[in-house]
Design a protein around this ligand. Structure first.
Ligand code: PMT
Length: 218
């Protein structure tokens, strides 16, 4: 018997990488298979939530239990779609690995080699930071942090500066968990609490994350 602890809750999950096109043949991206986000979306749906999954390009099969799947490529497209669904969501989980940079001028023609060594870049919008500013009482904003050093310090800084309610830390310097792996090991922080989730399959980790969200906020 599955617990339906997220019945009547609207949950927005982002997953996968964004890609920023350079020219018709090249792009800039971030490492992410989308698996962690997809497993979270599946878990929330199993527990009764009304889930919208916004996904960057992945090789994963679209989950059959989720009827609202929105595809995006760039961070700007992700931002648009997230903002479209944000108002209506009770829980927002940003698992997506958003590219921090984009190319300033997309080239319609394939660039010659001497041009691609001097590409001009600009910053992408910080989507979760914008959500942190717009958030209303009762909305729960959960971010991820992919870090390689000063793990807790960097995660806590993001939690605070972006006005998140919870942050899930991934140590991406490890080879056995994190991006593209079947398994993950994370630490969850709120401003007051810390929960360490031992290494496990991402489906189990997703279940544990749902349990912590439920016990913390409901
Ligand atoms: O997809 P998998 O292969 O299963 O791997 C999962 C994962 C390791 C990618 C995932 O668990 C993870 O850590 N995702 C977040 C990666 C990331 O972009 O971290 P960050 O520390 O750069 O960003 C912090 C938070 O801000 C994230 O919630 C991110 O979605 C968000 N962000 C980042 C940049 C930006 N411009 N806008 C954002 O909203």
């Amino acid at each position: 018997l599955s617990k339906k602890d997220f019945m009547n809750k609207k949950v927005l999950v982002t997953a996968g990488p964004t890609i920023e096109k350079i020219d018709p043949v090249r792009f800039l991206s971030n490492r992410s298979s989308g698996r962690m986000g997809y497993e979270l979306a599946i878990e929330f749906a199993n527990r009764g939530a009304d889930v919208t999954l916004i996904s960057g390009p992945t090789n994963l099969e679209p989950p059959t239990t989720i009827n609202k799947i929105v595809r995006i490529e760039s961070a700007e497209e992700l931002r648009q779609k997230v903002l479209e669904h944000f108002e209506d969501s009770d829980i927002i989980i940003m698992t997506a690995a958003v590219s921090d940079l984009r190319i300033k001028n997309y080239s319609e023609q394939k660039l010659k080699k001497d041009k691609i060594v001097n590409l001009e870049m600009e910053k992408n919008p910080d989507i979760i930071k914008e959500l942190g500013k717009r958030k209303r009482d009762g909305q729960i904003l959960v971010g991820f942090a992919a870090e390689t050093e000063n793990l807790k310090e960097n995660a806590m800084k993001k939690l605070k500066e972006k006005n998140m309610d919870m942050i899930i830390l991934n140590d991406v310097s490890r080879k056995d968990v994190g991006f593209e792996k079947e398994e993950n090991e994370v630490t969850i922080f709120t401003s007051k609490e810390e929960h360490r989730l031992e290494k496990n399959h991402k489906r189990i980790i997703a279940g544990n994350i749902c349990d912590v969200i439920f016990s913390t906020f409901f």
